[in-house]
Design a binder for this molecule. Sequence first.
Ligand SMILES: NC(=O)c1ccc[n+]([C@@H]2O[C@H](COP(=O)([O-])OP(=O)(O)OC[C@H]3O[C@@H](n4cnc5c(N)ncnc54)[C@H](O)[C@@H]3O)[C@@H](O)[C@H]2O)c1
Length: 440
Amino acid sequence: MRPLRLTVIGIGYLGLTHAACMADLGHQVLAIDTDRDRVARVAAGEMPFFEPGLEPLLRKGLETGRLRFTTSYQEVAAFGEVHFLCVGTPQRPDGAADLRYVTGAIDSLAPHLRSACLIAGKSTVPAGTARTLLASIRAAAPAGDAVDLAWNPEFLREGHAVADTLRPDRFVFGVTTPAAEAVLRQVYAAPLADGIPALSMGLETAELVKVSANAFLAVKISFINAVADACEAAGADVTQLTAALAYDERIGRRGMAPGLGFGGGCLPKDIRAFRATAAALGVESIARLLGDVDEINTARRAHVVNMARKAAGGTLSGKKITALGVAFKPNSDDVRDSPSLDVIGQLAAEGALVTAHDPVALDNASRLRPDLRSAKSVLEAAQDADLVLHLTEWGEYRSLDPAALAAVVTHPVIIDARCALDTRAWQSAGWTVHTVGRSA
Ligand SMILES: NC(=O)c1ccc[n+]([C@@H]2O[C@H](COP(=O)([O-])OP(=O)(O)OC[C@H]3O[C@@H](n4cnc5c(N)ncnc54)[C@H](O)[C@@H]3O)[C@@H](O)[C@H]2O)c1
């Protein structure tokens, strides 16, 4: 494999992971971000977020000199044979994707592109974005038509980002030329040689593969949560039901986790953006489906607050509540659109005195909610609690000692909003357990 000179534009969760992993594959990588403070910290080996296994790769990249950081687009343009676009595509107030960072990055890069290169978009964008960008890049770049564009969407999951980048289920290459596909095959030569499949297709299809994958996962989660509601009403148990469904290979086990629903920086905004794209294209069917999925998902949060109010005797005002978890999912410090944090906010709005615990996400949560009260240990958070809420299914919460916790609370009552605790073990230690998707 010939090592390539790659650049990575935007060093958030996606970009920093991609940059460190590409350096690990042997490429020379230069990464840029408009956040100068972040660039300085990362260049000194400091991780800007929690991601298992990424810090050693960052340090290795810096030590070998294969991974460098800059704030100069001129330097980036002169260095890169391939430029990976990894900037954020957040949600606009109307639900559509905000593409200002994508166009901003291209506006900064294109005027400096003086020789042939490939720009490979990895950010999640609406169908049609890449083709529009290609025209504007070629118009602005001195190298003109010698600049090519591909869309190479990213499927990594926070908490598993390194493995997902180095050994994804598949690579998706949205291309308009065989040359662009050949360059991407060179970039990923090592994992491709290990048998990871690569699928080439048009730009619009590649853009849609990514949003369809996220939409399908969201449908699965909202489906099982709608069934959880039916279980509660019918006196059934959604955990047992899910286990039985899983034996049907057409349904499977993965992604069928009933509970508090999905959140984070991707799934919610991606389904809303897909919905907006579908509506703009006049495709009512997927827009309607995703609207329902979003509504079911958001309602999970109010549902858990209702369970808490009921368990607390009809009012939350003045009740001491322990919230286990603030991250949007375990193994991550990301609190963007976190269902747990949303529930905590709703409890506090009704006058509850909430103390939160999380293994790694409390700093980020406090930045979003400066009034958040927190404790460094679960036992400290649970001191004198009237009610405990299990909101983010960290492994360490599953291995808590219910008896030790029962000794410090005022009332041993817990709501398992993630259907993840060993109910019998908690009941044996004297707890009243309320689980989402279970009537008793
Ligand atoms: N986080 C994930 O798990 C994940 C997974 C797959 C796809 N994605 C997609 O990847 C994209 C990035 O997501 P993220 O979570 O890494 O976002 P992020 O907000 O963590 O990072 C984006 C970074 O881009 C930088 N940036 C913005 N404008 C810039 C510019 N003009 N030049 C250089 N840097 C600039 C920001 O300063 C920030 O550091 C989004 O489209 C997202 O949907 C994310």
